[in-house]
Design a protein around this ligand. Structure first.
Ligand code: ADP
Ligand code: MG
Length: 316
């Protein structure tokens, strides 16, 4: 039975040793590492892998399932996962809309769009009654995948929305008319639990949580789950946690394997069996301005995001 992750005492890191200090003396380095109290499988991620069914072919499209990629910690792979999961879903014949909902505009940049050169972004659709999502929509280099871009203007929306009627529903209002045309809408959230993220959670059916396999990651997740629960109670009863995705996983380190095992203990089947390994190919793709599925189609990273897409499709 997985422990309840919202119970602070049941945090999966309870009783776990902190990672060993990086700098060990040369003498200590020559010694074998001390045995751990808890045996960790050679690769706990590999042990969970089961066949995932092939996605069915679609003959018509929509209405979209909306997923928010959310974690208030920065640098955990939200933007990378939004681009590459989106591209993999598009490869499987799904129509995909990506929503850049971070004023940093990293999702837009990752798709080769220069956000500071744009006249219209998601900000305009949120704040101006006459501007629709349609007016802001851009095609991407991936067939079947479109983008609602953002730039630094969006940071003003966080402040301006506070005085609006139904301020939490602004994004849902923009996305509503677009949903019939797409199969998946993926929202790349900013690293905070502020009003923009609440808007994303209010517009979503599911939350996908990218989680870096390291010591401090899970502390924040308890808070995120708490926020999700509040949104469920007050704004969006249908919202559910779609899944937790282990990112930047390095099976060679005991630490990553141990953290992954704890995450599975805590969240059970909510954890996708697909894990995203740490590799320099991802930073490369940002520079290239395209998804890994087209930049390095045969790479393990591309394969991993295709597997994730299969899992997401199988869970719907
Ligand atoms: P977030 O959107 O959560 O802030 P990003 O997706 O922007 O995180 O990732 C942060 C940085 O880590 C980026 O430079 C990205 O290229 C890099 N990165 C993402 N996923 C991986 C990975 N699996 N392995 C190595 N680097 C990664
Ligand atoms: Mg990001």
């Amino acid at each position: 039975m997985p422990t309840d992750p919202r119970d602070a005492d049941a945090l999966p890191f309870e009783g776990m040793e902190r990672p060993a200090k990086k700098r060990r003396s040369r003498k200590a380095a020559a010694q074998p590492a001390e045995p751990k109290a808890r045996a960790v499988a050679a690769d706990p991620a590999k042990d969970r892998v089961r066949p995932i069914p092939d996605p069915v072919t679609l003959h018509s499209h929509g209405p979209a399932r909306v997923l928010a990629l959310c974690n208030q910690k920065g640098g955990v792979g939200k933007t990378t996962s939004t681009i590459n999961l989106g591209a993999a879903l598009a490869e499987f014949g799904r129509r995909v809309l990506l929503v850049d909902f971070d004023p940093q505009g990293a999702l837009s940049v990752g798709l080769g769009v220069y956000p500071h050169q744009l006249d219209m972004t998601i900000y305009n659709a949120l704040m101006e009654r006459r501007t629709t999502g349609e007016d802001v929509l851009l095609k991407t280099g991936v067939a079947g995948m479109d983008l609602l871009p953002s730039n630094i203007d969006l940071s003003a929306a966080e402040v301006q929305l506070v005085n609006e009627v139904a301020r939490e529903q602004a994004l849902a209002r923009v996305l509503g008319p677009l949903l019939p045309r797409y199969d998946y809408v993926l929202i790349d959230c900013q690293p905070s639990l502020g009003l923009l993220t609440i808007n994303a959670l209010t517009a979503a059916h599911g939350v996908l949580v990218p989680l870096e396999c390291e010591f401090f990651s899970l502390r924040g997740v308890a808070l995120l789950l708490d926020t999700i629960e509040k949104v469920q109670e007050r704004l969006n009863p249908e919202l559910r946690v779609e899944g937790i995705l282990a990112t930047m996983y390095d099976a060679r380190t005991l630490h990553a394997r141990e953290v992954f095992s704890r995450v599975v203990d805590a969240f059970g089947d909510k954890v996708f069996q697909t894990v995203i390994a740490r590799t320099v190919r991802f930073p490369e793709t940002t520079v290239a301005g395209e998804p890994i599925t087209s930049w390095a189609p045969q790479s393990p990273g591309a394969t991993a995001y295709r597997d994730l897409a299969r899992e997401v499709l199988a869970r719907a």
